[in-house]
Design a protein around this ligand. Sequence first.
Ligand code: NAD
Ligand code: UDP
Ligand code: UDP
Length: 323
Amino acid sequence: MSSQSKRVLVTGGAGFLGSHLCERLLATGAEVLCVDNFFTGRRSNVAHLLGNPRFELMRHDVTFPLYVEVDEIYNLACPASPIHYQLDPVQTTKTSVHGAINMLGLAKRLRATIFQASTSEVYGDPSIHPQPEAYWGNVNPIGPRSCYDEGKRCAETLFFDYHRQHGLKIKVARIFNTYGPRMHPQDGRVVSNFIMQALQGRPITVYGDGAQTRSFCYVDDLIEGFIRLMATEPSVTGPVNLGNPTEFTIRQLADVIREVVGNAVPIVELPLPKDDPRQRKPDITLARKLIGWEPAIQLRQGIEATVAYFDQLLSTSKLDRSQ
Ligand code: NAD
Ligand code: UDP
Ligand code: UDP
């Protein structure tokens, strides 16, 4: 282990984005401490990193204090999909709020730079498109998505107050829909649902008329954005939108997935969930300007890699291919 390696803590490191971030940080020569309570994350996501002497995996819940010694912190711990964050909404808010307080307290003691994985959900059901960082959002404080949206909004407040009050170096990224290998196959998100349905020969479930739009960022592009944002001058705090500005309707996504899987499964329309935003698309002008970042991977290319991952998962796990 090199004495010059940067020591980096990744909370939620065994999750979808966290596992890719750990991998990327190890590739840059850092020592990585991955902290996770395995609520939605899986040991298998980081199993291939366990043999690396610069990687350490620790089971811990960030709602409890954590005393470790690191130079940088990426705070990703929080279930991200509605199915998971609504299972125990109080714990979701605690993870965002108490988790942020503990990680900010840790950063304050260590004078470490701290990154927050915030979300486009802070914009709620937005009334302007695309959403720039200056938009304050349109969020329901008492709905079924509120534990996530308001938890993340409060975490942003805490980050900026620790910055103003204690001079902490903070980096806040507002992440828009991201997909790729190691997404949870049963997280109910549109990309994983549609791919699993097409691979298993089941009808594709479009909620509502499928005319609502999302913009899908491939995970490698997103992680590049994290690394670039962390490397900025202390004066750069964010929030910075990170996402893919190319907009697709949910029906268009269904068509790309059917094509890539090569299975013309039927489409069925199901009711639209409550508070489901009609349109979401990031304005990434700021990311372009501050960190020279924009996504490079086209939807079809990213879907091909993700389909390959799910296909492999179906071949090696107990998940039934013909369900
Ligand atoms: P994920 O569910 O795969 O990962 C979250 C990880 O956090 C999991 O490994 C989970 O076990 C862990 N975790 C949850 N509660 C914890 C706790 N109390 N203590 C310790 N670990 C805990 O989700 P993801 O897609 O990898 O998301 C990572 C982060 O990025 C989240 O904060 C999420 O809100 C944010 N984000 C993701 C997206 C996206 O499209 N994937 C979009 C916006 C924001
Ligand atoms: N904390 C932590 N690790 C540390 C330092 C602090 O988990 O190395 C937690 C601690 O539990 C505290 C929280 O971070 O409640 C906020 O710390 P801060 O110093 O801001 O506040 P205080 O300790 O005064 O409550
Ligand atoms: N969606 C869908 N079918 C599914 C899952 C989701 O039509 O099987 C829709 C959902 O209603 C929403 C969009 O796809 O309009 C994106 O949903 P997801 O839960 O992936 O992300 P979010 O709503 O958080 O953007």
